[in-house]
Design a protein around this ligand. Structure first.
Ligand code: GLP
Length: 246
């Protein structure tokens, strides 16, 4: 695991965007996993600016979103489809046919899981960009999720419903798919993520904290602002390949 500690959210977003841009410049037809939430908004803004300044093109990039709520319309303010359109996809030159998001309006969510896995299994994921939930979830893989899981339906935990103030049911890419990415970049910002980040990195791998599964992956970069990193043990930081960018 590598760790990059940045001074604030803005710096975290810049570093996140730089890592994505490097990946795309290295391989134009990169396949990315993308998250939603407040955390990646700044990164999406930076990437859109790279596109506007003609430094980067997404024409050959394919994306798979991590998760989506179920039983809502795509127009709903909760829809991650809408979130991605508003915060990223309408600002860049990605082709509509290269965007993959589970369908929140699916008549058969079980069939939707199967077809999402079918699409993912045809590709090799180059980079997974992740956020982290306060209870350690990645995507909507809540505490207790099997590390071998593929795309599945989730009854969200009380904690997640309270934090997100959203619907109770979702569809998420599984842990095994996330871990199949060649590279993983996890972004976290703010004091409310500090305890979760500490558990994910310093404690043993456990189903209780799905983000701890990342410890078993050979190419993970954690991009944290100093608040999210504030509870980390200095010795742990020394043992990770550490970069301070401020
Ligand atoms: C949701 C998403 C996660 C995301 C998490 C954190 O639960 N399903 O993929 O990582 O929110 O959100 P935020 O970045 O707003 O803290």
């Amino acid at each position: 695991m590598k760790i990059i500690i940045t001074k604030d959210y803005k710096e975290m977003s810049r570093v996140g965007a730089k890592l994505i841009a490097e990946q795309i410049l290295k391989k134009l037809n990169s396949v990315l996993i993308l998250p939603t939430g407040n955390t990646p908004v700044g990164t999406y803004k930076e990437l859109s600016n790279f596109y506007k300044k003609k430094k980067l093109s997404f024409r050959n990039t394919t994306t798979f979103n991590l998760d989506e709520y179920l039983g809502i319309s795509r127009k709903s303010p909760f829809s991650y489809y809408r979130f991605m359109q508003d915060n990223f996809f309408t600002q860049i030159d990605i082709l509509a046919e290269n965007i993959n998001i589970p369908n929140c309006e699916a008549v058969s969510p079980e069939e939707e899981c199967k077809s999402y896995d079918y699409l993912i299994d045809k590709k090799q994921i180059d980079l997974a960009l992740l956020g982290i939930g306060q209870n350690g979830h990645i995507g909507f893989n809540e505490p207790g999720t099997d590390p071998m899981s593929k795309t599945h339906i989730v009854e969200l935990s009380r904690e997640t419903i309270a934090v997100n103030q959203g619907p109770h049911k979702a569809i998420t890419m599984g842990i095994s798919t996330i871990l199949s990415a060649k590279k993983i970049v996890l972004l976290a910002s703010g004091k409310n993520k500090a305890q979760t980040i500490k558990e994910a990195i310093e404690e043993e791998v456990s189903r209780n904290c799905p983000a701890s599964y990342l410890q078993s992956h050979r190419d993970v970069i954690l991009v944290l602002d100093k608040d999210a990193a504030s509870l980390l043990d200095k010795k742990v930081i020394e043992n990770l390949e550490y970069h301070n960018v401020f």
